[in-house]
Design a protein around this ligand. Structure first.
Ligand code: CA
Ligand code: CA
Length: 321
């Protein structure tokens, strides 16, 4: 115990350390800028009422961790690039995927995923392509980032991408067994709860929440943990490799996903994929409903789009930049 007290003193801002049933519980007292402490605990992950890859609902126990209050913004990412000279994958290959509503009517068949265009020179500084910019979008979430781009940003700050379990635990905000980050009532149908797509995707966005594309982070109400846009606005990379049946045999404590070699997207079985969570401004009730807290989506890690970003976690109580 005395050694732990010494260590705590050395860290500067660790307030108290308790040893209970051989578990060491660290209670931090200094909050790193822009982050929120999520207490260790257990929760029910997944949903038996959701899509097949969300089943079965099962108990998960997690250590405490810090998580960003907001999605990483263009201003945040600009600072990273200015300090490190980092070049994103889409800047290197000079293209990225941009959503375009198909010029069809709801009566006509639409090919799945045909709403994505590979646009030359689309990247995080040019979200819609060469003629677009992030001027006056400093507080919008950064987009057109691959898994490696997102991970590089977090690592620069001595942080990590959240695990899928950390993301869902944080998104639920302490509520148990609910559908959305605010509870199970479909309040988003008549209140501006989260930036998503109103109307029939991919044809018609009624845009009643005021944002047909990304919104400045923090434009919608936070969940009970004080996290903004933890559902909606942009999908967020998490660190797990995706497998649709992972929940059937995932470990009880601190699950981290399957190994890369076991990742499986039944629609593209030869491509290992990471998970993305939380849904985006393109998620509607008739299509993916990705803003449900249990919703999961596979994504090829070197893909980048104008509706996927990220936030970071810190799994340590050491010093922060
Ligand atoms: Ca919207
Ligand atoms: Ca989000």
């Amino acid at each position: 115990m005395s050694n732990w007290k010494q260590l705590a003193g050395g860290l500067g801002f660790v307030g108290a350390i308790f040893v209970i049933d051989t578990q060491i519980l660290v209670e931090p007292t200094e909050t790193p800028e822009g982050m929120i402490w999520i207490e260790s605990g257990s929760f029910i992950m997944g949903s038996d009422q959701g899509l097949p890859d969300e089943r079965p609902a099962h108990e998960v126990r997690l250590n405490g961790f810090w998580i960003d209050k907001y999605e990483v913004t263009n201003a945040n990412f600009f600072k990273f690039v200015a300090e490190t000279g980092y070049e994103t994958y889409s800047e290197e290959v000079k293209d990225s995927l941009v959503f375009q509503s198909p010029s069809l009517t709801p009566e006509q068949p639409v090919r799945p995923m045909s709403w994505w265009r590979l646009v030359a020179n689309a990247d995080w500084q040019h979200p819609e392509g060469a003629k677009d910019s992030i001027e006056r979008k400093e507080s919008h979430p950064v987009v057109h980032v691959t898994y490696d781009d997102a991970s590089a940003y977090c690592n620069w700050l001595d942080k990590d991408l959240p695990t899928e379990a950390q993301f869902e635990y944080a998104a639920r905000g302490g509520l148990e067994g609910e559908i959305y980050s605010w509870g199970s009532q479909p309040r988003h149908r008549h209140e501006t709860m989260t930036n998503h797509w109103q109307g029939t995707f991919p044809y018609h966005n009624e845009n009643s929440d005021g944002y047909a594309n990304t919104a400045p982070v923090g434009s919608f109400p936070p969940n009970d943990y004080g996290l903004y846009d933890i559902t909606g606005n942009v999908w967020e990379w998490v660190s797990d490799w995706y497998h649709p049946n992972y929940y059937s045999n995932s470990p009880l404590t601190n699950p981290v996903g399957v190994p890369r070699s076991e990742s499986l997207d039944p629609n593209e079985p030869t491509l290992p994929k990471r998970s993305i969570r939380g849904g985006s401004f393109l998620c509607s009730e008739n299509y993916c409903s990705g803003f449900r807290v249990s919703a999961r989506m596979p994504a090829e890690p070197s893909s980048s789009t104008n509706h996927t970003g990220f936030r970071c976690v810190a799994n340590h109580t050491g010093f922060f930049r």
